[in-house]
Design a protein around this ligand. Sequence first.
Ligand code: SF4
Length: 418
Amino acid sequence: MTDASSPPEELAHPRHRFDAPRKEEVLAGALEVIDARVQEDEHLTPTSVNWHYTRACNYECKFCFHTAKSSYFLPAEPGGMDEAQLCLKRLRDAGMKKINFSGGEPFLHPKHLGELCRFCKETLKLESVSIVSNGSKIQERWFQQFGDYVDILAISCDSFNEETNVKIGRGKGMHIRQLEQVRNWCNMYGVPFKLNSVINIHNVGEDMTAAILQLSPVRWKVFQCLLLDGENAGPDALRDAKELAITGEQFGQFLKRHETVACLVPEDNTRMKDSYLISGRLRFLNCTGGAKAPSRSLREVSVRCALREAGFDRKMFVERGGVYAWSRARVPRPPAAPPDVEDLAAAGASQGGGGGEAAARGRPAVGSVGPRTETGRPPRALGGEGAALLTVAACGLALGSAAYLFWRRPGSCRAWTQ
Ligand code: SF4
């Protein structure tokens, strides 16, 4: 005889019982899978792309680590501008928010550069479009035509002693005068101005404080002279920068001398190699091994597939303040006093280690999936119908995530055209 208060025999079987500890284990496992999926997504998001869109340059800086080995310039090829724009759109669709055009010297192709800036700002609506230039080829009419499409213009200058610039290869004696001219145009046309300096054996003893304060850049990026095999070091290189290299200690002394300059952002060798996302012939470049190893081109494979081959260290990028107030709307225009950009950078980076960006994309930040106990594990106390529903939902998500990860496993990269 059946007891009406007991469950039917088949439901009383252990397999069908709503076993609380088992349910929580499944839930914890599901959350781990989701965490892994979110972390992979973060890693493969090209938030900030630095496109060395030409190698050609009119200068011959002795430490240059992107030397003029080829005159190839995609936008000038037949159909190249369309192809460049298509790849930029793919990058935007994959999560790119900021693009930087560098070289070589980007202003060797001023019209292409202006059109690409306009496309990125107007059509793709990127948060930030920036340029790094030596400044020598910039003319006022470029600002009149395209200045509205630039969020930050960075000019490279390594010394405020013209003889030192010439010794380095940074121009032929007119570099500082042109720098001041470009700075004035930035003021006139409301383009935030940034300064980059490479610290090497010729300028490591210099005190640049007064000149920097006068120029008042929104950010002064100070790099330690970097050696890269095949570029400025080794038998295949066009340059030999070994004699310009400085030690970490020398670099530290330079930084100490300029510690009162609030807009200074230092970058030593360790941080530089692993932290930049660089695109050459529309290939991501992996610099982690001391040389540049290219991924396949974005013209052949998807953005994520190329990124997977690139070895980009996003954690380092966020740590060094790579995520900062890069949009023109958020950078106070000169001649207003420059902001403490370090604070802005820290604010950007401190949003859960990239969580701010993740939130902006409407996705949970890494480590923010569900509440956490002190041990970092999900809480164990869940019960009732809500917990059952949550378990079912989590299992569904876990299965979906596992299927997605399987589909995206390394061997599954397919040619974009397939
Ligand atoms: S200006 Fe830049 S690209 Fe040109 S040689 Fe100097 S470092 Fe290289």
